[in-house]
Design a protein around this ligand. Structure first.
Ligand SMILES: Cc1ncc(COP(=O)(O)O)c(C=O)c1O
Length: 366
């Protein structure tokens, strides 16, 4: 049996949507993009969604907008977890901020106590990452932010559709960034991303900056960029969004079976679910002692695996070259050597999950 680590949702309807855009002759920021923005804002539960070329672009434009509004300046500090995809830190560094990397807890998401310890008079914001699809401890993080007058930008790249106490991620803070990269829960079969916010001023600035600072077709208010969104990707994204909750439930059902079959197997640590949260399992990550050995064995059995991520951000060469004070982050530094991502996607079936679990048991002689 061959089982991929992740698999996008493709149907004839998705292919027809691409052809419809080609025949329509309008390729950038048209009716499909406008409708996708409205539908995604409604699904997320926010006033504004602004599409852009990818998460990194959307959040970079957000940082530049914060600078224009005086809410971020050169040398200001932004706190974020080190255990995340490297792009999480890039827009902030490009915008002149100093990133303070802190530890995660056993949920793999940012440890609120570590945020408190990292706050200095220069801190202006926090970037909690809803890693692997699990919402962060939002109540505690919001309380810390309120006490220190900090803004929060949620990194929702891995968690589209996830909930925290009934609220969708991307709706609970000043603003949020989303990614539609092919492996994400909502994919547009290429690069793509968005920011969401209830703040109209921020949304309008990002909207202008993504398209050369245009006020209208021939008038440019600002020096902007071309970080726009394509109609084919929007047409695909609208279908994926319509199916997102169903596909996320498919991931959750698969994880319930993983838990049943792997629960109690010695040597396997399963991910924890935060009470009150709806985890959407962008990744299903276990911990084992010999993850290289298990990964190789599963590969020989036709099972795709991954490591997300083997090098933490605070240990990346680019960061070591940039900063003098590199923190010690014990949980992050332990888990990055033990984690292994197993196959998960919306339409993975019981037979496939059972096969993966049987292979793991065979390897562990459990
Ligand atoms: C947690 C996280 N943040 C940010 C990004 C960057 O997203 P994009 O590739 O759309 O810029 C990713 C995707 O790799 C991610 O997983």
């Amino acid at each position: 049996m061959k089982i991929q680590l992740s698999k996008p949702y493709v149907t004839q309807e998705v292919k027809d949507a691409v052809l419809r855009v080609i025949d329509g002759g309008n390729f950038i920021l048209g009716k499909e993009s406008e409708a996708f923005e409205k539908e995604m804002a409604a699904h997320t539960g926010v006033k504004n969604c602004v599409l852009s070329a990818n998460w990194t672009a959307a959040v970079y434009l957000l940082c530049l907008s914060l600078k224009k509004l005086g809410r971020l300046k050169e040398g200001d500090e932004v706190i974020m977890p080190s255990h995340t995809a490297f792009p999480s830190c890039e827009p902030f560094i490009h915008a002149g901020a100093v990133v303070k990397f802190v530890d995660v807890d056993e949920t793999y998401t940012i440890d609120p106590a570590a945020i408190e310890r990292a706050i200095t008079p220069k801190t202006v914001g926090i970037l909690p990452v809803h890693l692997y699809g699990l919402a962060v401890d939002m109540e505690r993080i919001k309380a810390i932010a309120a006490a220190h007058k900090l803004w929060i930008i949620e990194d929702c790249a891995q968690a589209q559709g996830a909930k925290y106490k009934g609220a969708r991620v991307g709706s609970m803070t000043m603003a949020a960034g989303f990614s539609f990269f092919p492996s994400k829960n909502l994919s547009v079969f290429g690069d793509g991303g968005a920011m969401t916010t209830n703040d109209d001023e921020l949304a309008n600035l990002v909207r202008k900056l993504r398209n050369h600072g245009k006020r209208d077709k021939f008038t440019n208010d600002m020096i902007g960029f071309n970080l726009r969104f394509n109609e084919m990707n929007a047409a695909i994204g609208r279908i994926q969004l319509r199916e997102l909750d169903r596909l996320n439930q498919g991931r959750r059902d698969a994880v319930a079976l993983y838990r049943k079959l792997l629960g109690g197997v010695q040597g396997v640590t399963l991910p924890v679910e935060r009470p009150g949260c709806e985890h959407v399992y962008h990744m299903f990550v276990i911990q084992v002692d010999n993850r290289e050995g298990l990964g190789k064995f599963l590969g020989e059995k036709g099972v795709g695996t991954g490591i997300h991520y083997p090098i933490a951000c605070h240990q990346q060469p680019a960061i070591l070259a940039l900063y003098k004070d590199i923190p010690k982050l014990p949980v992050t530094e332990r888990v990055i050597n033990r984690i292994l991502s197993l196959p998960i996607y919306g339409e993975i079936n019981a037979e496939q999950v059972t096969y993966v679990c049987n292979c793991i048991k065979e390897y562990l002689k459990a």
